[in-house]
Design a protein around this ligand. Structure first.
Ligand SMILES: NC(=O)c1ccc[n+]([C@@H]2O[C@H](COP(=O)([O-])OP(=O)(O)OC[C@H]3O[C@@H](n4cnc5c(N)ncnc54)[C@H](OP(=O)(O)O)[C@@H]3O)[C@@H](O)[C@H]2O)c1
Length: 330
């Protein structure tokens, strides 16, 4: 497995990580035993960068990772996140909290659920506009000094926020949606990360399964599936976007690869500091996705994919309005 630097830390991670969110929520029902097999299959392929968050499955995803980490802790770079606060009685409702008091409390709760002493990479999941970023990162840096966290990250923030945060404590990684159909980070964030030596972790790199070709025009997602309310998966937008996926499938067939593998290879070939974290709860997809690290695209192929997925050709926002309101512009 190809490896990439983790920020300026001197350590590296597998160039393809594993997103664990869907194992516990958001993309239909999960199965913990199968998810544990998926985690083991990913590690067998050389993947050692695992991504979770305290809000996935209201803590159940961290608990699942805790089960997996037993006996393997030292071989894994474990990333988790805090800051999106949910109400167990009303899981759809959420607020953002980056206050120093909440940061400390959330970290202790994550450590408990994960059953570990130190989180390798701890992200603020969303920016809380009521707390200056300097205060939030200041509180996060105290966790580093206390030995509860190794490295710090931020998710879905603007380049200017990254610069301010980096002035308080080195930021090791930015995690933001980036894929063929979500290209906002190309405007400024990728260049800012490269300049500062920050790893760019690309979430939803398979477009929440859309880019793999697994989603059809008459798709009816299970109750509670996030994609039921995502604008890109609705009606006319879905039909428009499916034309792009058809082009990707044809490109992949010519290269003797799957669409998922080309979507991941495009991310890796495009920027040297990008690490995609495709999500899956199936061992065979974990194996297929890991193999994408062996595919190199030349500049002509990258340009062809860039053009096929020109941002003006993609229909629909990345989130419904309430979710869009919590994103800073990349
Ligand atoms: N920071 C943030 O705000 C944020 C937001 C969203 C996600 N994330 C992180 O990023 C990770 C990845 O993103 P994601 O899970 O949202 O989306 P994704 O990786 O783009 O897509 C995941 C979906 O693709 C399917 N899939 C995976 N590999 C496949 C393959 N080879 N062929 C066909 N289908 C395949 C999965 O199916 P199965 O589930 O059936 O295997 C799942 O439905 C998450 O797990 C989470 O850790 C972070």
């Amino acid at each position: 497995m190809l490896r990439r630097p983790l920020g300026n830390t001197g350590t590296t991670v597998s160039a393809i990580g594993l997103g664990c969110m869907g194992m516990s929520e958001f993309y239909g029902p999960g199965n913990d035993e199968q998810s544990l097999e998926t985690l083991a299959a990913a590690v067998d392929q050389g993947i050692d960068f695992l991504d979770t968050a305290d809000m996935y499955g209201l803590g159940r995803n961290e608990e699942l990772l805790g089960r997996f980490l037993k006996g393997r802790r030292e071989r894994i770079v474990l990333a988790t996140k805090f800051g999106i606060v949910r109400n167990p009685d009303d899981p759809a409702a959420r607020r953002i909290d980056n206050s120093p008091q909440y940061v400390r409390q959330a970290c202790d709760a994550s450590l408990r659920r994960l059953g570990i002493e130190t989180i390798d990479l701890y992200y603020a999941h969303r920016r809380d506009p009521s707390v200056p970023i300097e205060d939030a990162v200041g509180a996060m840096s105290e966790l580093v000094r206390a030995g509860k966290v190794r490295y710090l990250g931020l998710s879905e923030v603007a380049p200017e926020t990254l610069r301010r945060a980096h002035g308080v404590h080195p930021i090791t990684a930015i995690q933001t949606e980036y894929s063929l159909w979500s290209r906002d980070p190309e405007r400024q964030m990728l260049a800012t990360c490269r300049e500062l030596g920050v790893t760019f972790v690309a979430y939803s790199p398979l477009g929440r399964a859309f880019l793999t070709g697994a989603v059809g025009s008459d798709e009816s997602f299970a109750p509670g599936d996030f994609r039921r309310t995502n604008p890109r998966f609705q009606g006319d937008a879905l039909r428009t976007n499916l034309r792009l996926v058809q082009g990707l499938a044809e490109f992949a067939a010519k290269r003797g690869a799957t669409s998922a593998q080309i979507a991941l290879a495009w991310l890796l070939s495009k920027h040297p500091n990008v690490v995609p974290i495709p999500g899956t709860k199936r061992p065979r997809y974990a194996v297929e996705n890991a193999a994408a690290a062996q595919i190199e695209l030349d500049s002509g192929e990258i340009a062809a994919l860039d053009e096929l997925f020109d941002p003006s050709a993609v229909a629909g926002d990345r989130y419904a309005p309430a979710g869009m309101a919590n994103l800073e512009s990349a």
